[in-house]
Design a protein around this ligand. Structure first.
Ligand code: F6R
Length: 607
């Protein structure tokens, strides 16, 4: 997805912009560009392809401007090309704009502008913006006013950075339904769509809300609403270490993030389970309210939705509340039955996923209480939800989510236990045992990480396969879906996760000699059932990797990965680790770009 970086200060802007774009590469993009203010003239440099190509363009090192905007583009309207890259400018090169999001009424605006003598050189929806600013600037002679009038005409989602040769010491930024943060420095200010792009320069951030317009100079950051009434905003300090956005000696961010899981989970648990009952700083649910809840919805996309699937079992068992897990893009359009007796929990690592945010707004309209679970303090979803709780897993850079998944499952589990303590529908002993198991997780994850060598060997045997199947029951099935997604994403191997009991109802027709099957067997009450399913595939010649905490004996598996035993309600936090390694090592064997898989973006801020 597109990325934005900006700088205004006393230093040369271009290296800061390029450095920021490189840090946003993980989001996925197909072209890149920058614009700087050079002696009151806007100079734009952009091209199709990687940021490193942009950085080699003739003349880029000669840019001296101390104010600039930059962008990595993920093509939506118009193919990846130099003309369609951002920054986009108006016809006279007086205004330059970078834009994340989609302008839904761009066609109508184009026609309006054409009628007023403007022409278009790109196929982008964005090009209407600098031209519309120009149109209003000619009437108002004031950049801030021209931007506010333009924003009122735009329908859709946008995060914008705007430069004008008429007000060369300023930058204007604004957003609606697309993230944008401002990093406050000393006599300088940084702008980005994602915190990691500018984390090495500052830890003091302003998070913009929708329809806020900001006027930036070296020293000042002035906030306005859409009618240009001044508003005030508080700085939030981001406690992520600078090295958390670096590879720290690992080959890839994904490998680093897999290995960071013990510390990430320690961060997630924090002091919540230290002594006595669990407390969440931001939650104050009482027994009366929780007893009134007839249904919990957990809503999210992709890996975050898979984390919800694990938590469903825990919520139903420990809280005795029916819990449904839904894909956000489905939930928002299927008229779900929501009222004030429904509690809706939304999970989003980035906190910026458009579908998840829209699904949250729907619950609010229907009077349900909403909780957002995110990894990014101040992200959009946390500003929409009634309550927000954080995974505190540190920034996740690799596109394929690893530590975010495990930290989401941990946080949901602690949340479920918190509800269970208040509801008193299960024995205290059951609650205490589960709490202890959660506290034991970081050391058990450390133990589990040792499987990497054996998984690497297995990956070496199977990386040329074209199909794989993941089988499990109970929470093992939930983790199979995640293992299968990880494999698809970064190794491009087709795979399916199935509930083992479903095998006979169709998928077994696909099992033939040599097919690779990954079997997850940790739910002790279901071991015998799962094993009999797995034997059916072994009999038909499948090559089976078993991931288990049980003593299975010699049943004809190709490879057995033994992981520590824990409560089945949270066992996916351990069993997912070999699955993450499997996807990782297969991708490496195939020589693929692990951190930046094709066609994928780290945060999906458009529908
Ligand atoms: C998969 C992956 C995606 C995300 C999904 C939701 O590895 O990362 O499936 O989980 O796009 O993203 P967030 O959690 O940011 O809402």
């Amino acid at each position: 997805m597109c990325g934005i970086v900006g700088y205004i200060g006393n230093k040369k802007a271009s290296p800061i912009l390029i450095n920021g774009l490189l840090r946003l590469e993980y989001r996925g993009y197909d072209s890149a560009g920058i614009a700087t203010m050079e002696e009151n003239q806007i100079v734009v440099m952009k091209n199709k392809g990687r940021v490193n190509n942009l950085n080699q363009l003739a003349g880029i090192n000669d840019l001296k401007g101390t104010l600039g905007i930059a962008h990595t583009r993920w093509a939506t309207h118009g193919k990846p090309s130099n003309e369609n890259s951002h920054p986009q400018t108006d016809n006279s090169n007086e205004f330059a704009v970078v834009h994340n999001g989609i302008i839904e009424n761009y066609h109508e605006l184009r026609e309006f502008l054409k009628e007023n003598g403007y022409y278009f050189v790109s196929q982008t929806d964005t090009e209407v913006i600098p031209n519309l600013i120009d149109y209003y600037y000619k009437k108002e002679n004031n950049l801030l006013k021209a931007v506010s009038m333009t924003c009122k005409d735009l329908k859709g989602s946008f995060a914008l950075e705007i430069l004008s040769k008429y007000e060369p010491d300023k930058m204007i930024v604004t957003r609606k339904d697309s993230p944008l943060v401002i990093g406050k420095g000393n006599g300088e200010n940084y702008i980005a769509s994602d915190i990691p792009a500018i984390l090495s320069y500052t830890k003091d951030f302003y998070f913009l809300d929708d329809n806020e317009i900001v006027e930036l100079t070296n020293k000042d950051v002035k906030f306005y609403n859409l009618d240009l009434e001044p508003i005030s905003k508080q700085i939030k300090v981001i406690d992520w270490g600078t090295s958390s956005a670096e590879k720290d000696g690992y080959d890839d961010f994904m490998l680093k993030e897999i290995n960071e899981q013990p510390s990430a989970i320690r961060g997630t648990i924090g002091a919540k389970l230290d002594n006595g009952n669990i407390e969440f700083e931001n939650l104050n649910f009482n027994k009366e309210y929780l007893e009134s809840i007839k249904k919990i919805y957990i809503v999210a996309c992709g890996t975050a939705m898979h984390a919800g699937l694990v938590a469903k079992t825990l919520f139903e068992k420990m809280c005795k509340i029916p819990t449904e897990v839904d894909i956000a893009s489905e939930f928002r359009y299927r008229e779900p039955l929501i009222d004030e007796k429904t509690l809706c929990i939304y999970i989003s690592q980035s906190g910026e996923t458009a579908d998840t945010i829209a699904a949250l707004k729907l619950a609010k309209q229907n009077n349900a209480k909403t909780i957002a679970i995110s990894n990014v303090i101040g992200s959009s979803i946390t500003r929409e939800a009634d309550y927000s709780i954080y995974t505190h897993a540190g920034p996740e850079i690799a596109v394929a989510s690893t530590k975010a998944y495990t930290s989401q499952v941990v946080l949901l589990s602690v949340l479920g236990i918190y509800f269970a303590e208040i509801l008193e529908r299960v024995y205290n002993q059951e609650i205490d045992e589960l709490k202890q198991e959660i506290l034991n997780l970081p050391s058990k994850i450390e133990e589990t990480l040792k499987c990497c060598k054996d998984i690497k060997k297995f990956a070496n045997k199977v990386y040329k396969e074209t199909d794989m199947f993941f089988l499990g029951r109970g929470t093992d099935y939930a983790v199979c879906l995640e293992g299968s997604l990880k494999l698809k994403e970064i190794s491009y191997i087709h795979s399916e996760g199935y509930a083992s009991g479903e095998l006979k109802h169709g998928p077994i027709a696909l099992i033939e000699n040599g097919v690779t099957v990954i079997s997850v067997i940790t739910n002790s009450n279901l071991v015998d059932k799962t094993i009999s399913n797995v034997q059916e595939v072994i009999t038909r010649g499948a090559k089976v990797l078993a991931i288990t905490s049980e003593n299975l004996g010699d049943l004809g598996f190709d490879t057995v990965i033994k992981i520590p035993k824990t409560n089945k309600l949270i066992s996916p936090i351990l069993s997912v680790i070999p699955l993450q390694f499997l996807a990782y090592y297969i991708s490496k064997e195939k020589g693929l770009d692990v951190d930046k898989p094709r066609n994928l973006a780290k945060s999906v801020t458009v529908e």
